[in-house]
Design a protein around this ligand. Structure first.
Ligand SMILES: Nc1ncnc2c1ncn2[C@@H]1O[C@H](COP(=O)(O)OP(=O)(O)OP(=O)(O)O)[C@@H](O)[C@H]1O
Length: 699
């Protein structure tokens, strides 16, 4: 397996382990967003950070450099493109032959007794002069039909080949962007909104690809037509062509001025499309919340505001197009009439035949439309350049951490947080941990408790290496986490969060999401361990029941249990000697893994929606984890959940550990910090961070 494949598979595996609150995205996004539950307090701050990133100051480069960068997207397609361009040249040459042929045919209308043949009432010429050769008329028309047929064939080839190249480039571009995005850390996901990313992936990549395939082909066709046309015009009349050149500088000037403006407005339109997608994506995700607040009209108005901005920009672009095309049309038509008058005068002087003037005028129209198309090509290219800035920004992203670099270890020892100082990158002035120290023993079931926003989830974020501490170390089996292979480490750590991320599909598809190669017996075992079996069997379709987008057709508690089953199925690999000591066949998978989740399991309020009966069943499962030496770190607000663990760590509001001990000792001591925290909440003094209040809401 190549590194890239491993990378891809690994990223998939990591995704399975994560339960996300509201959206379906990547591990890092899940992690970052899960920690922003209290972000309301800092909304304006976060928003400004986000805005800064969504409308980044793009490094100004010369257009030529940008165009070269754009053309680099065609790497690997040059052979197909060359063939397409050969077809293009041939079909263009055939088209350009037409005015000349037409002139020759018109000139056969001249009475020439010696070359005429009578056919009934018709008088037709016997031969026609082409390049100083007299060709029999039937050979001439026969050859013409053949040439036109080959020209059409070449045109067909050009269209199909270019479409193929375009679709291939677009597909590659989209996959490259998607891959790059998926490997970004939480820092990235804290800054970018998914709607904007989707817009870049779908809209911007289409504009970019079109600008370098269809547009380049049209540009090339126009260039060929332009040059051949002017060449033919020169062979017909140098004098008339001299007059025609007077209009060129005017057209080029208009095209340049227009192109610059189009590039600017195109970039703004792409940004606005991103904002629009972002707003609608968020609205669709939270439709139930919107409806529960009766805020449908408010949200429609918000969307309308974005639509209006897009509308204004598009109208402005339309106006620019209108000025450009109508201006060009006016100048072109006026000039053509002038040229015709001069041509007619030259025919009278005997300098041109009528056929030659007709050919000349057709070449003028061809060349004028080529210049016209070339300016269109330029504006389309500028559109591509505008959109490419947003696409290349994502293509150039590098993952903060190479998941394969570093040591591979078996995570089966203690976890130590040593002198950790930490603030989130998007909010660097807010210190979450100040010289934070914590030691977790292998096989412990530890529960982190404390007021809302004190940093409990941040502990899991640091452990998952979604964020790096500003200073200090996290040691896993005495090895610095930053020295470990992230991929290898994350294979051995799983997280289940309060709002489970379930995909649309069946229950079974969701449960096996992390390991598709498991047998039905193993699925049945984890369903039992996560207390899912009864409710699954109550559904007519059992494990094949469809659960809707994000699992909306399940209750909160059912979602949490399915999410837990999915993580349990990941299993832990234990040494054979440990396996021999386990006499419970219900927790051993077909491949010898312990079906109790990975070596380290993080439960971030993962059972908050469960009823007492389910919670009791999960408690048993977590007890089994402890008995086989697997580490569990849970975050809880409910006493019943806290009581599942043997060790409790109480945090202060400022991320300091104020108590650390056995649950039984703490709960038995009325002066313990745990009891103070619970009593404080019961007093109702701290309603916003009230742990009981939170519990009641969920229940
Ligand atoms: N991605 C983030 N970017 C910036 N700040 C964040 C981020 N996630 C969390 N925070 C902030 O870090 C602090 C600690 O948050 P954390 O989620 O760890 O608290 P918590 O104790 O788990 O809270 P709760 O019990 O409400 O879940 C909070 O002030 C929070 O606003």
């Amino acid at each position: 397996m190549t590194d890239q494949q491993q990378y891809n598979n690994l990223r998939q595996v990591n995704q399975y382990k994560v339960e996300y609150k509201n959206h379906i995205y990547t591990v890092s996004q899940v992690r970052s967003e899960s920690t922003s539950r209290e972000s309301g307090k800092y909304e304006s701050n976060t928003e400004s950070d986000t805005e800064k990133t969504e409308n980044p100051k793009i490094e100004k480069k010369g257009s030529f450099k940008e165009i070269v960068e754009l053309l680099k997207l065609l790497k690997g397609e040059w052979s197909t493109l060359s063939f397409a361009f050969a077809c293009l040249m041939f079909s263009s040459a055939v088209s350009m032959l037409f005015p000349s042929i037409m002139g020759k045919i018109i000139d056969t209308a001249k009475p020439d007794e010696s070359n005429n043949e009578e056919l009934g009432d018709f008088v037709i010429p016997k031969t026609i002069e082409i390049f100083s050769h007299n060709i029999p008329i039937n050979v001439f028309y026969g050859s013409l039909i053949c040439i036109f047929a080959f020209g059409s064939l070449a045109n067909f080839g050009r269209i199909v080949l270019l479409r193929k190249v375009g679709e291939r480039v677009m597909a590659k571009l989209r996959v490259d962007i998607e891959r790059n995005i998926f490997f970004q850390s939480s820092k990235f996901w804290d800054k970018y909104k998914s709607g904007d990313l989707i817009s870049r992936l779908v809209n911007d990549s289409t504009v970019v690809t079109k600008s370098v395939t269809q547009n380049v082909s049209d540009g090339l066709r126009s260039t060929i037509s332009g040059f051949v046309g002017i060449g033919m015009m020169l062979t017909i009349s140098v004098k008339l062509t001299g007059y025609m050149f007077l209009i060129f500088p005017v057209l080029v000037f208009i095209a340049l001025v227009f192109g610059r403006r189009v590039k600017k407005v195109s970039r703004e339109i792409q940004h606005q499309l991103g904002s629009l997608t972002k707003v609608s994506e968020e609205q669709f995700s939270f439709v139930k919340t919107i409806q529960s607040f009766n805020n449908e009209n408010y949200e429609v108005a918000k969307f309308q505001k974005e639509v209006k901005k897009l509308y204004d920009l598009s109208i402005y672009e339309g106006r620019l197009n209108g000025y450009f095309y109508s201006g060009n049309g006016f100048i072109g038509n006026t000039f053509l009439v002038c040229l015709l008058s001069v041509g007619v005068w030259m025919v009278r002087q005997g300098e041109l035949s009528i056929g030659e003037l007709s050919s000349y005028l057709m070449y003028t129209i061809y060349s004028a439309s080529s210049v016209y198309s070339l300016s269109n090509f330029y504006s389309e290219l500028m559109k591509g350049v505008g959109a490419s800035e947003r696409v290349f920004e994502l293509l150039k992203l590098k993952p903060d951490i190479d998941p394969y670099a570093g040591k591979k270890i078996t995570v089966d020892g203690d976890i130590v947080f040593k002198n950790i100082n930490f603030s989130y990158p998007t909010r660097s002035n807010h210190q979450v941990f100040n010289n934070f120290n914590l030691e977790l023993k292998k096989g412990d079931h530890v529960c982190l408790v404390g007021p809302s926003g004190c940093g409990k989830s941040s502990v899991t974020q640091l452990l998952l290496r979604s964020y790096e501490p500003n200073s200090g170390k996290i040691l896993i089996n005495n090895t610095d986490l930053s020295e470990l292979s992230l991929a290898n480490f994350r294979e051995q750590v799983g997280i289940v969060q309060q709002e489970p991320m379930l995909f649309s599909g069946t229950l079974k598809e969701n449960i096996v999401y992390g390991r598709r190669d498991v047998c039905d017996e193993d699925i049945a075992k984890v369903c039992d361990l996560a207390n899912c079996t009864t409710f699954i069997n109550n559904f007519p379709d059992k494990l094949d029941t469809m659960i809707g987008s994000k699992g909306t057709q399940l209750s909160g508690g059912q979602k949490q249990r399915i999410a837990l089953a999915r993580t349990l199925l990941l299993g832990a690999k234990v040494p054979p000697e440990t396996l021999k000591t386990i006499d419970n066949p219900n927790i051993i998978g077909a491949d010898g893994r312990i079906l109790l989740g990975p070596s380290v399991l993080l439960l971030d309020e993962a059972t908050s929606a469960l009823d007492a009966h389910s919670e009791e069943a999960i408690k048993k499962t977590l007890g089994l984890r402890q008995s086989v030496g697997l580490t569990t770190i849970s975050i809880a607000h409910r006493l019943s959940t806290i009581s599942m663990s043997n060790r409790v760590i109480v945090f202060s509001q400022h991320g300091e550990i104020v108590d650390d001990g056995l649950f039984n000792n703490m709960i038995g001591n009325p002066d313990s910090e745990l009891n103070k925290l619970l009593n404080k909440s019961l007093d109702g003094k701290h309603t916003e961070s009230d742990i009981i209040d939170k519990t009641e809401k969920v229940e």
